[in-house]
Design a protein around this ligand. Structure first.
Ligand code: TYD
Ligand code: MG
Length: 427
């Protein structure tokens, strides 16, 4: 029986599919972007022979991992790059993804670097600045994934870097590079090639916090390992974080520092987010869990009288809603009147304090600034503040205490509520 041909139309800008043609895409609003698309031609949809194998007939070969030689980074990668695996490295544009990859593959055998964003000479410039040998890195500017298979069979690379998924495309299907459909289809092709040729593929994907460039997130379910490089471009600290790993833990993080000569591993990051301003009014120290790692982190607050209109509450690295709640609790339960005070909060190193464990340190930093009185030296605080003003114990309490202790910090945890804490520490 003849299969009924079903033609669809795909917007080459946003990748949305339609059953009929129109001059303008009704989703993204672009003109003349709808192209006829024959699903039969889609590479991921070619028919395969349907074969089955009994589960016991599969052999278990322990996966070989290629170590990069960077201990912290290998840990995040689950002990190295597994042969035949696909890794997605996501992060904001300019955060250091290309820099990191160039550094870690320099000592690896047979690397194929597909560079759609930078020319070969730009990569060379970066390699020179990073003092890399580059002797095993071959660069290609060819971004048509359809031609990748022949390159693999010809050069048999051990590692392929695709920088970035937003610049590659598959000429066999509709859509321009960067469109959703191209990201998805290219991801599928890369996954198939990785398995077929047992080559490790690292895909770079630009993702923004606001989610404006969220395309690569579509690939998260498809790839084997998802790693994000996080940080704030105005600070030098970076956190490399595993969010998915089919071959290892997902609780791993590494703290890196963007320096003159590229990214440096911080071997003992426990004290990296502390600063010299400990003991100045407005500074408080907390212990945050990043993955399975406790980090001591300085939180700074500044309060100033409001000069016009509503008081301002501004925060870098701490949730603004949470800040408003803490200010509410301080006002109502502890009688600290902040109604005519602007409040600013900043977390050291561009870090994000997403945990409620930071509540107490935030509250203490605010009151410390407001009263212009320093908190005790070398003391760390971690407790969640309830709406009633009560202090609640947080998860991984022991780990936090241990790290603080290692770094010579005292811990004050046995306060019942915020009133008691303020009275004892500050008032
Ligand atoms: P890059 O790796 O190009 O970011 P991405 O690939 O994630 O877009 O990093 C770009 C930034 O890193 C750039 O603003 C300059 C800075 N940088 C350093 O500070 N030191 C270095 O040694 C290098 C190579 C880059
Ligand atoms: Mg880059």
């Amino acid at each position: 029986m003849m299969k009924k041909e079903k033609t669809i139309f795909v917007c080459s800008n946003c990748g949305n599919e339609f059953s009929s043609w129109a001059g303008r895409c009704s989703v993204c609003g672009e003109w003349n972007t709808l192209k006829e698309f024959n699903p039969e031609l889609s590479v991921s949809r070619t028919a395969e022979n349907f074969l089955t194998t009994n589960i016991n007939d599969f052999s278990i070969n322990s996966k070989t991992r290629i170590k990069t030689g960077f201990a912290e980074i290998d840990r995040v990668f689950g002990g190295g790059i597994v042969d035949g695996s696909v890794i997605l490295l996501g992060g904001e544009p300019g955060i250091g993804k290309s820099t990191l990859l160039l550094q870690i593959v320099d000592n690896l055998p047979k690397v194929l670097y597909i560079s759609g964003e930078e020319s070969g000479s730009q990569l060379k410039l970066r390699a020179d600045r990073l003092h890399l040998s580059g002797k095993n890195i071959d660069v290609s500017g060819a971004t048509d994934i359809a031609s990748l298979e022949s390159a693999i069979s010809e050069f048999s690379p051990r590692i392929i870097i695709v920088d970035s998924i937003q610049t590659v495309y598959d000429s066999r299907i509709a859509g321009t590079a960067g469109s959703q459909i191209q990201i998805k289809e290219s991801g599928l092709v890369l996954q198939q090639l990785a398995k077929k040729y047992n080559v490790g593929i690292i895909i770079v994907g630009h993702v923004t916090k606001e989610g404006t460039v969220a395309g690569p997130r579509m690939l998260e379910h498809l790839v084997d390992v998802v790693i994000y490089l996080e940080g704030d471009r105005s600070h030098d600290a970076r956190i490399l974080r595993t969010v998915k790993n089919r071959f290892g833990n997902t609780d791993e993080i590494a703290v890196l520092k963007m320096a003159e000569k590229g990214l440096l591993e911080i071997k003992n990051p426990g004290a990296f987010f502390l600063s010299e301003s400990d003991n100045l009014p407005g500074s408080a120290t907390t212990v945050l869990m990043e993955g399975a790692r406790p980090l001591l982190v300085e939180i700074q607050a500044l309060t100033t009288p409001t000069t016009f209109g509503y008081p301002r509450r501004t925060s870098a690295g701490f949730d603004l809603n949470r800040l408003n709640i803490i200010i509410g609790v301080l006002t109502k339960r502890a009688g600290i009147n902040l109604a005519n005070q602007d409040v600013y909060i900043s977390v050291a190193g561009g870090l994000s304090a997403r945990e409620p464990a930071a509540d107490l340190a935030v509250a203490l930093a605010i009151v410390s600034s407001y009263k212009n009185k320093s908190l005790p030296k070398k003391t760390a605080y971690f407790s969640e503040i309830a709406l009633t003003g009560e202090l609640k114990k947080v998860s991984s309490n022991d780990k936090r205490e241990k790290e603080a202790d290692n770094l010579g910090y005292k811990i004050e945890t046995d306060f019942k509520n915020i009133n008691q804490a303020l009275e004892k520490i500050l008032l």
